[in-house]
Design a binder for this molecule. Structure first.
Ligand code: MG
Length: 157
């Protein structure tokens, strides 16, 4: 068994789509970043790469590399799923938290699990929790969105 933790945050700005967990969510702002800035997918990626002991998302998908510009983060997770298989592991469980003051994300959780499963991680082993930050800090002020992920990998027989 291997365990991994991931964290990510992105700034909320006007003129960008809001994509979280592979789902486009209607909102007046979106997350700023080199790829689609999908904060939940990035936290999941870092947890998986961490469990593999292979560094972090920046080693694998450098933000100055044009091949990753505006790419779907679901496609990035798919790369990491391949990396897991290559290293002899598969995901056993992925638990996550998204922290956002607005918009309300709970209506989108099931769609996120479905979208994330297109990466090769079954929706039945993904859990997504949504929280606000009770008005405190950068999340509470609506300046950005944060996400945490923890995963457990098991050795493929
Ligand atoms: Mg990120």
């Amino acid at each position: 068994m291997r365990i991994g933790i991931g964290y990510d945050s992105h700034r909320l700005v006007v003129g960008r789509k809001l994509i979280i967990g592979g789902v486009e969510i209607p909102f007046e702002k979106g997350l700023l970043g080199h790829s689609d800035a999908d904060v939940l997918s990035h936290a999941i990626i870092d947890s998986l790469i961490g469990a593999l002991g292979l560094g972090d998302i920046g080693n694998h998908f450098p933000d100055n590399d044009p091949q990753w510009k505006d790419i779907s983060s679901i496609a990035l997770i798919r790369h990491v799923v391949e990396l897991m298989r290559f290293n002899g592991y598969e995901a056993s469980w992925v638990d996550t938290v998204i922290i956002a003051e607005n918009p309300r994300l709970s209506p989108h959780v099931e769609a996120m699990k479905q979208a994330l499963s297109e990466s090769g991680i079954p929706s039945g082993i993904i859990n997504i929790k949504v929280k606000t930050n009770e008005g405190m800090g950068f999340v509470g002020k609506g300046e950005g969105v944060a996400a945490y992920a923890v995963c457990l990998l098991r050795r493929i027989e």
